[in-house]
Design a binder for this molecule. Structure first.
Ligand SMILES: [Zn+2]
Ligand SMILES: [Zn+2]
Length: 265
């Protein structure tokens, strides 16, 4: 029999029509066998919880504790008197191929733990819970710009063999579903192995990922606005390079969405 986390994953991946029908039954068979549990701490959720993100109130508070206001260009936290659209001290000298960053919070404390947990091979439910929580909190930002296609930042094939799960694919699936647009896993591929970005100083990260990505089927993104999805962004070097090749291949605009913005290397 499938485990509870597998059932949660299955439920998070059901098409809207199917999940809607299931919800119509009230307590469906899945819920009867596996009552809903918080995707973060696994405590049972109250039946009255109506949010799509299956996360309890306590974890929700913890995960959102450092959300704050963010710079539109780079996702860094900014003070209350700074205009988010004008950039910030972190990005003022940076040029990015993407035009903005939509993020949930800062890569610290409980959100950091949740992001690390969501990288696990059987943790799609946690990644989906974080994606739904971000949707709840940042829905206006997602809807501000009409998106044509959602594209996850891919792993190199060797990395895919050693890791069962790319959280970017789960995040992209949830946001594409909520935006009612297509998610395309096949458009962007990682064509070469790169050193882990976290092992390099900030000034070497762009060079490390230079020409790491390739676009397949460029005809599918001609003139499109692409939502480029990853779980964590630090310097923005990876997202910049992926956005650069997407635009070179014909995309009109690239918006980046990440769960967490890391402020330290
Ligand atoms: Zn919880
Ligand atoms: Zn900034």
């Amino acid at each position: 029999m499938a485990s509870r986390s597998e059932m949660q994953t299955l439920r998070s991946r059901l098409p809207a029509a199917v999940s809607g029908a299931i919800q119509g039954f009230g307590r469906c068979a899945v819920d009867f066998v596996y009552p809903r549990h918080c995707a973060v701490c696994q405590t049972a959720l109250p039946e009255s919880l109506t949010c799509r993100a299956e996360i309890c109130d306590g974890c929700r508070r913890d995960l959102l504790s450092n959300a704050g206001v963010s710079c539109d260009r780079c996702g860094a936290p900014i003070g209350p008197y700074v205009d988010p659209a004008r950039g910030c001290n972190f990005c003022v000298r940076q040029k990015f191929a993407f035009e903005r960053v939509i993020r949930l919070g800062i890569y610290e404390d409980q959100l950091r733990q949740a992001c690390l947990g969501a990288k696990g091979g059987r943790q799609q439910a946690l990644a989906a819970g974080l994606a739904e929580l971000q949707w709840e909190r940042r829905v206006e930002a997602f809807r501000d710009t009409p998106i044509d296609v959602v594209v996850p930042v891919p792993h190199f094939w060797l990395q895919r063999l050693s890791r069962l799960h790319n959280p970017a694919e789960t995040l992209a699936g949830v946001w594409a579903h909520n935006l009612k647009v297509r998610k395309s896993d096949h458009i962007l591929v990682k064509a070469k192995w790169t050193k882990p970005q976290r092992s390099l100083p900030a000034d070497r990260r762009r060079e490390n990922v230079r020409k790491a990505f390739k676009v397949c089927r460029p005809e599918e993104i001609q003139g499109a606005t692409v939502l480029l999805v990853d779980d964590i962004m630090t310097t923005g070097a990876t997202a910049h390079e992926a956005a650069r090749v997407l635009k070179q291949a014909g995309a009109e605009r690239v918006i980046t969405a990440v769960v967490a913005r890391a402020m330290r290397n």
